[in-house]
Design a protein around this ligand. Sequence first.
Ligand code: PRT
Ligand code: ZN
Length: 294
Amino acid sequence: MTERLRIALQKSGRLYEQSLSLLERSGLHISKSRNRLYWRVENLPIDILLVRDDDIPHFVSEGICDIGIVGENVFLEASYSGLKGADLTTTLPLGFSHCKLQIAVPKNIAYEGPQSLAGMRIATSYPRLLEVFLEEVGVDAQAFEMDGSVEVAPRLKIAEAICDIVATGATLEANGLVPVDTVLTSQAVLIRAQADAGADKEAIITRLVKRFRGVIASEDNKYIMMNAPATAVDQIAALLPGAGAPTVIPLFGQEGMVAIHAVCHESVFWETLEALQEVGAGAILVLPIEKMML
Ligand code: PRT
Ligand code: ZN
């Protein structure tokens, strides 16, 4: 019997919905029992464990799960802090939950580079990542660990600066703080142990990673079609964002006119469509791509 692969997912929170959606769009039929700890995949030998995101690196390191989806920030902090079991590695960046781990100081502080942090206490939930950063820039400052509400630390005089996750920047602004340095740029990643998981599990991991890549690629890619005079093909090909050689097909009954089809590997903006129209393209359609196998 094939050994079942175990995936660790965040139980609830910022990663949950997109992690689940990635699995479902990769063709996993998940039987979502009321028990929100453990779900079974019906059509593949996979089980899903729903846990707090901070537990995910530890579960994978200790072999309770084979792979996991977690923010790179949490993965690296856990790795730097020392894992009890196997060393881990990132297999694939997943393209969601983008954020930055940034150092921020009160607006009124004159910041002239990392040396301005010398002697400061910096509140953070990521002390190891902060210490590595401080070491790299050669600044002697103290990481002060807090579990949450890091952004209030300067106001409460607990610390002079903070090092926290920033997405839109609204939390910093609401607390009179400005970002001054970036410790890490992060997104959700797929993690696994560096060691071989055995033939059965390796085969299913390889299949999953291939499907994940396909789902991620299909999000960034669009299929574009239009009609145009044959004389405009070169100009049109040059305008298509991130497209390979387009397919050019003669239009029946319309001398000198062709249909042009292409897959664009980047976003297609309105400005591109306007530019295409200016060089003679008409009936332009931009379609989403449901699946890709690269
Ligand atoms: O309960 P559990 O422990 O599983 O979840 P959690 O509360 O520890 O984590 P969660 O769900 O908040 O975040 C999971 C992951 O999402 C993080 O580890 C990051 O990789 C990623 N992520 C993306 C974020 C944010 N965006 C984010 N904005 N994590 C946290 N924030 C917080 C940040 O701490 C700060 O308080 O949002 C605030 C800043 O947001 P802006 O938009 O005001 O800048
Ligand atoms: Zn957490």
